[in-house]
Design a protein around this ligand. Structure first.
Ligand code: ADE
Length: 226
């Protein structure tokens, strides 16, 4: 998979992709991430990428021209499955969308800033608008980092034990069951006996029941019985 991220703050995205599973996915060639500085596509000397809003009001608006130039250039090189704009008023990101995106070949992510982008970008250049939650960040970069992290770990071969993504919380609309490791007793806090029983049928059943109970208690909306 190839992901092109168009941003005004490429430095902000260096670190999230340089560690652990993301770093391994990149070095194994399972994903390519290209950070593109939108300012490089500004047309005037001042490298201006934002301007006052027509009609007045506080806040600058990202201009269409540099965004059109960069997206057009990318699209001349390959075809893209989605051109995604990260924005708090987009469709709410979830595991289902992550699953869909994880089987795509080429994605463009556009990180918003300032008061927003010229509406014509959203109408003509973008195929999908995504929010990572009902809160406002200073820009789309951290949202893009969260989204890319979530999508990349689902690409086959990225996680060493492929089943581990399948048993994540949300994959089947259930929260994950609790997990434990050694020591079996710490202070007087004990690991549930069933996990020591060696009976994998009973353990699977217990885990499933724990998932259902936790989901009912913590996220009844996932079960549709809020
Ligand atoms: N940009 C600012 N806030 C955002 C959010 N919640 N999701 C996606 N992009 C954003």
């Amino acid at each position: 998979m190839r992901i092109d991220i168009i941003t005004l703050l490429p430095e902000l995205l260096d670190s999230p992709f340089s560690h652990s599973i993301m770093k391994r996915a990149l070095s194994k060639g399972l994903v390519e991430i290209h950070l593109i500085n939108l300012r490089d596509y500004a047309t005037n000397k001042q490298k201006q990428v934002d301007d006052y809003a027509f009609g007045g009001g506080a806040g600058m608006v990202m201009m269409i021209e540099p965004i059109d130039r960069v997206i057009t250039e990318l699209k001349l090189q390959r075809s893209y499955d989605e051109v995604i704009f990260l924005t708090p008023d987009g469709e709410r990101f979830n595991q289902g969308i992550a699953n869909q995106l994880s089987i795509q070949q080429n994605l463009i992510l556009l990180c918003g800033h300032y008061k927003g982008v010229d509406q014509r970008v959203r109408e003509h250049l973008i195929s999908r608008e995504i929010s990572i939650g009902d809160y406002v960040l200073t820009g789309g970069e951290l949202a893009a980092a969260a989204m890319v992290d979530c999508v990349v770990r689902l690409i086959p071969g990225v996680l060493s034990d492929e089943t581990s993504a399948l048993t994540d919380s949300f994959q089947d609309n259930l929260l994950a069951p609790p997990v434990y490791t050694r020591p079996a007793v710490y202070k007087d806090w004990k690991v549930p006996d069933i996990l020591m029983s060696g009976n994998h049928t009973d353990i699977d059943e217990w885990r499933h029941q724990q998932s259902v109970d936790r989901t009912r208690r913590l996220r009844p909306d996932l079960l549709g019985d809020e």
